[in-house]
Design a protein around this ligand. Structure first.
Ligand SMILES: Nc1nc2c(c(=O)[nH]1)N[C@H]1C(S)=C(S)[C@@H](COP(=O)(O)O)O[C@H]1N2
Ligand SMILES: [Mo]
Length: 371
């Protein structure tokens, strides 16, 4: 019966052992924890439940940039760590008998869910960073629920393995194994290499090492990347009679020339894309709160912002009052002193502090005060 990998002694490396699994597991656990917390942050910023909507803070200005940068950095780091962890423990896959007891069977089932969930989570996340969605399900909701599945499976796994983890936590008591140091060194180096060659898409001082990330944050029209171009959104030709419509207690419409005649303000704010890249820009335009005051909007009002873009997941967005009232939140008409490029949202776009890039609506045509 016991052939191939099922033979006793089929795996000869001495490194398929608990101390190696514990050390790599700690690194992987830390990466998963950071990824999970920052992932929840991103999810709730994009789709806040009603009670949270009015509480989301518009500061620090770079909050989302740091949080989402860490999300993608920790997710990418988890890929080599998971590979190393699976290599360390994979002989267990061929354990004989397959289930020694009900407890053992349940433990294996739990690990199957954890490993499958984590593989799928990291794989879909990685493809998301290159904007590739070769699956029929919605990315964000799936990524969100898989995240909970992985964390649930991980807590169960930690509880079941607690005695082994405790026994191998300290090097002193775990005992030495030849080659362990070299293996851990190699895994650490691989993880560092992945991190250093991709983090430059969001960390300015690592920019020159940004070799493997899908984005260079300084490449694009006006020195800023573009996810959805004006051509893709069908907004290259802005109608000659374009007006910004503001719907509120005192509705009005303004042409681009009229918007330019209002007091202009400049703010240095980042675009922080959910895919992990971020870049600063110097935006100039009208303060959103000035436009809201003109419309007689109540201070706590929620806004709906509509783009010229006919359809697309970000054509219509909502903005809670703390962003809308922030002095840095602009209806931007210019970037780095030049009129907005079509790809950056000409004639007007939203730019607000501490918000995901997906909500920085381009090609704005209407702002509605929802009350
Ligand atoms: N109308 C509209 N606005 C949009 C988008 C879009 O697809 N349609 N993409 C968003 C995303 S995902 C990001 S990251 C930012 C990017 O802004 P930029 O292209 O000016 O860098 O715009 C946001 N605004
Ligand atoms: Mo984005």
């Amino acid at each position: 019966m016991r052939v191939g990998p099922f033979r006793p002694g089929a795996f000869r490396s001495g490194l398929h052992e608990p101390r190696t699994a514990v050390v790599i597991g700690r690194w992987l656990g830390a990466a998963v924890l950071v990824c999970f917390v920052t992932g929840l942050t991103s999810h709730y910023l994009q789709e806040p439940p009603a009670w949270l909507r009015t509480r989301l803070p518009s500061r620090p200005v770079d909050g989302y940039r740091v949080s989402q940068g860490l999300h993608v950095i920790s997710g990418l780091a988890a890929i080599p760590l998971l590979g190393a962890k699976l290599w360390t423990v994979y002989p267990e896959l061929f354990a004989w008998p397959p289930a020694r007891s009900l407890r053992h069977a349940l433990e294996r089932l739990g690990i199957a869910v954890l490993v499958a969930g984590l593989l799928l989570e990291l794989f879909t996340g990685l493809l998301n960073t290159v904007q590739w969605y070769p699956w029929p399900f919605p990315f964000r909701q799936t990524h969100f629920w898989l995240g909970w599945t992985v964390v649930g499976g991980l807590l169960l796994h930690l509880a079941v393995k607690a005695p082994q983890i405790a026994a191998h936590w300290w090097r002193r008591t775990a005992g030495a194994v030849p080659g362990r140091r070299a293996l851990l060194g190699a895994v650490g180096a691989a993880t560092a290499a992945v991190t250093l060659t991709t983090a430059g898409q969001t960390v300015p001082w690592l920019r020159r090492l940004d070799l493997l990330a899908p984005r260079r944050p300084d490449l694009g029209p006006q020195g800023l990347p573009v996810n959805r171009t004006a051509a893709q959104a069908g907004t290259t030709a802005v109608p000659a009679d374009w007006r910004l419509t503001v719907d509120g207690p005192r509705p009005y419409r303004l042409s681009l020339a009229e918007l330019r005649a209002l007091p202009q303000h400049t703010a240095r704010l980042p675009i922080a894309c959910v895919e992990g890249w971020s870049a600063d820009g110097e935006w100039t335009g009208v303060r959103l709160r000035d436009l809201l005051d003109l419309a007689g909007a109540p201070p706590g009002a929620l806004l709906r912002i509509t783009s010229l873009e006919a359809d697309g997941p970000y054509a219509v967005t909502e903005m809670p009052p703390r962003y809308a009232r922030d002095e840095l939140t602009l209806l931007a008409l210019a970037l780095d002193g030049e009129e907005l490029a079509p790809d950056h949202g000409h004639p007007a776009r939203i730019i607000a502090p501490n918000r995901p890039g997906v909500l920085q609506t381009k090609w704005v045509s209407r702002i509605e005060v929802l009350g």
